[in-house]
Design a protein around this ligand. Structure first.
Ligand code: 13P
Length: 252
């Protein structure tokens, strides 16, 4: 049985005080269940402090992006080694906002996924189609292409430990959630693509999340689907109460 993995992606939100308050509020109320993992992906300035606060608890702290090089003359960038050294456990790679606004490509996504594994960070690799692609019936091909390129030359073991987040771009921050059947259809396809690259045994282990306007009101139905193992959540992860409800849904 795969666990459920609920990851909040704060994007570029909150100040240090608000980040601390969120964690203080969430920690004592997190469900004590092995069925669910709770992660918050925070802006870089909060990572060290929040990792410290969350040490020894069930909350894991993640980054929203990183560079693929270990170190060097890359002004403004943060390396995988820095994140691992802090105690960060996961890193989002290839979020559609990074692909759209910051020149993230399938090639850099692949390099970063390799780098994450090299430093024992679990990559959460984002894939998903635009509305135009969905309307042109290109969703399955597009997602297959993104997944295949992201996982290129990884070992089977590394693939088993990679999280894939299916986030249809038209559902992000729009209030439009893919129906649970639409979301599951693509998540099933992602698992089949992974099976093609590796084996059914590995594909069965991979956590595939859905993301795009997930909230307490729709999470249960999404998580009830055969191939949806969790959620990557933007807006509804910013309030402690709502984040806790999402994690609780994963614990059931
Ligand atoms: P929303 O949950 O705000 O739609 O954002 C989804 C997302 O992009 C998570 O990475």
């Amino acid at each position: 049985m795969r666990k459920k993995v609920i990851a909040g992606n704060w994007k570029m939100n909150k100040l240090a005080k608000e980040a601390n308050q969120f964690v203080d509020e969430v920690l004592p109320k997190l469900p004590n269940s092995d069925q669910v993992e709770a992660i918050v992906c925070t802006p870089f300035p909060f990572l060290a402090n929040l990792v410290d606060k969350a040490k020894g608890t069930k909350l894991q702290i993640a980054a929203q992006t990183m560079h693929y090089e270990k170190n060097g003359a890359f002004t403004g960038e943060v390396s995988p080694e820095m994140l691992a050294d802090l105690g960060v456990t996961h890193v989002i790679i290839g979020h559609s906002e990074r692909r759209e606004y910051f020149n993230e490509t399938d090639e850099t996504v692949n390099k970063k996924t390799h780098a994450a594994h090299q430093y024992n960070l679990t990559p959460i690799v984002c894939v998903g189609e635009t509305l135009e692609q969905r309307e042109a019936n290109e969703t399955m091909n597009h997602v297959e292409n993104q997944v295949t390129k992201a996982l290129k030359s990884l070992t089977e073991q590394q693939i088993a430990q990679t999280i894939i987040a299916y986030e249809p771009i038209w559902a992000i921050g729009t209030g439009k959630t893919a129906s649970s059947e639409q979301a599951n259809e693509v998540c099933t396809h992602i698992r089949q693509v992974i099976e093609k690259i590796t084996s059914s045994e590995i594909a069965e282990q991979v956590i595939v999340q859905y993301g795009g306007s997930v909230k307490p009101a729709n999470i249960k139905e999404l998580l009830a689907q055969s191939d949806i193992d969790g959620a990557l959540v933007g807006g509804a992860s910013l309030e402690a109460d709502s984040f806790l409800q999402l994690v609780e849904a994963g614990a059931k």
